[in-house]
Design a protein around this ligand. Structure first.
Ligand code: PLP
Length: 461
């Protein structure tokens, strides 16, 4: 066999590094897109929340986040005032949360939940039952808040069906409410600002009562309940459940209301045999100053939805909890089982990071932190109330709201906020903040000063 002289391995390596082959290098390692190409490609291919493909509103590519700082691709650093929509309560890139994800990743990132189960889900369900209001003893995991609301509504309907009351199939919700973007969830969002007119032909018709007119601290007057009471009474035979956001109505207007209202709603629902669904997707896990909104009024709903901050903003996960009465009722019904089962139900990575997030929350004095943030929100937002474009400022727990007289022009305000080094995402008339609980006093003061400064520049434009 002829043997030609083979070059040694080290000769090959030396040759390759001396004469790189550009075409091959390019093929195996595509150049990252330049910043302008990134934004162009985004605009060409992607929808963002509530966006049009034909807008040129400002858009900011993020390179990385750490603690309460968002670093943009262009190097600018922003103090985060949004917790990525209520969720990143411990800030970003948290060592303990990262560890929980990597530990779980080494075991399994996912496994089906039909016929199989796993520690992260069991531990999380047990923990949720322990910390939520008494009587919520069964947990259904899903992938997003909207689906948790769909599941809650389905639970209520299946419950009444199995009790022999299929006519109890409607919901009563509060105006200015927001419960998500899927169909059943949309049907209980505010009927005017929500999407009812667009999907009029397909949305289930529900009942609505006036948004609570009593602020969180208002002296209680039973008249605040007049409209709710008459809606509940008039439709009680058709009503499966009342659904509401306890204490804080979030995306529907950032409105705070009296615990007395919630307490009376609970009493009236029980009295008229209508279930109560508490949508705690925004209010859950300490944001309002209590662990759950329901805790302000010391009530237990029949069904509760949690999401958003459940995983500390790491993964998408939500849960619907219900009482034993509801679970037993469904089990005794015609179907015999609860008719829902997402593919990625109880995703182990998400459950593992949720367990770590709850541990962090409960082991650190979250209540003191939220109170501390609250104190700064009260004093830091005060100057904004003096601006002529501002209608009102208000705060509760770690939520601060500046309500403007007119809807804000995002094309103008968003870049102003970014120039001042803060990340806020106003909508409509509302410029609001719910910072991570881990924000430092210095950063929080800077956030609020920058907000004031941006708003005073804004009204001069
Ligand atoms: C955000 C939100 C939802 C919807 O959750 P998604 O995860 O966005 O589907 C439902 N209810 C309330 C109160 C929310 O704040």
């Amino acid at each position: 066999m002829p043997t030609s002289k083979q070059p040694s391995a080290s000769t090959i390596a030396a040759t390759l590094s001396a004469t790189p082959q550009p075409s091959q290098t390019q093929r195996s390692q595509p150049q990252p897109l330049a910043l302008n190409e990134l934004i162009d490609a985004d605009r060409r291919y992607i929808w963002h929340p509530y966006s049009s493909i034909n807008n040129d509103l400002p858009l900011y590519p993020v390179a990385h986040c750490n603690g309460t700082t968002i670093t943009l691709e262009d190097g600018r650093q922003l103090i985060d005032g949004m917790s990525s929509w209520w969720s990143a309560i411990h800030g970003y890139n948290h060592p303990q949360l990262n560890q929980a994800v990597t530990d779980q990743l080494a075991k399994m990132s996912h496994v089906m939940f039909g016929g199989l189960t796993h520690r992260p889900a069991i531990e999380l369900a047990k923990r949720l039952v322990e910390i939520t209001p008494a009587g919520l003893d069964h947990v259904f995991f899903s992938d997003s808040g909207s689906v948790a609301v769909e599941v809650a509504i389905k639970m209520a309907l299946q419950f009444w069906q199995s009790k022999g009351h299929p006519e109890k199939s409607r919901l009563l919700s509060l105006r200015s409410g927001y419960h998500g973007d899927t169909f059943a969830a949309m049907s209980v969002c505010d009927p005017d600002t929500g999407m009812h007119h667009l999907f009029n032909q397909v949305l289930q018709k529900q009942f609505f009562s006036d948004a609570p007119q009593c602020g969180y601290h208002s002296a209680w007057d039973e008249q605040y309940l007049d409209d709710f009471k008459s809606q509940l009474y008039n439709h009680r035979q058709q009503l499966a459940a009342v659904i509401l956001e306890p204490i804080v109505q979030g995306a529907g207007g950032m409105r705070f209301y009296s615990p007395h209202f919630l307490k009376r709603v609970r009493e009236l629902c029980s009295h008229y045999d209508v279930l109560l669904i508490a949508d705690e997707i925004a209010t859950g896990f300490g944001r309002t100053g209590e662990l759950f909104g329901c805790d302000h009024a010391n009530i237990s709903p029949d069904i509760m939805c949690v999401g958003k901050a459940l995983t500390g903003g790491y993964m998408t996960l939500a849960a619907t909890l219900c009482s034993t009465d509801i679970a037993e009722g469904i089990a005794a019904g015609e179907a015999g089982v609860f008719m829902h089962g997402p593919t990625f139900m109880a995703n182990p990575l998400a459950c593992a990071v949720a367990n770590a997030s709850l541990k962090l929350l409960l082991e650190n004095d979250w209540q003191a932190r939220v109170q501390q943030i609250h104190k700064h929100l009260v004093s830091g937002l005060e100057p904004c109330a003096q601006l002529s474009s501002v209608a009102e400022v208000r705060s509760l727990g770690a939520i601060g709201v500046v309500e403007m007289k007119e809807p804000v022009n995002m094309a103008v305000l968003q870049p102003l906020l970014v120039e001042k080094g803060i990340w806020l995402r106003p909508f409509g008339k509302l410029v609001y903040t719910m910072p991570p609980f881990t924000i430092t006093e210095t950063d929080l003061k800077q956030l609020l000063n920058a907000l004031y400064s941006a708003l005073s520049d804004y009204e001069k434009i």
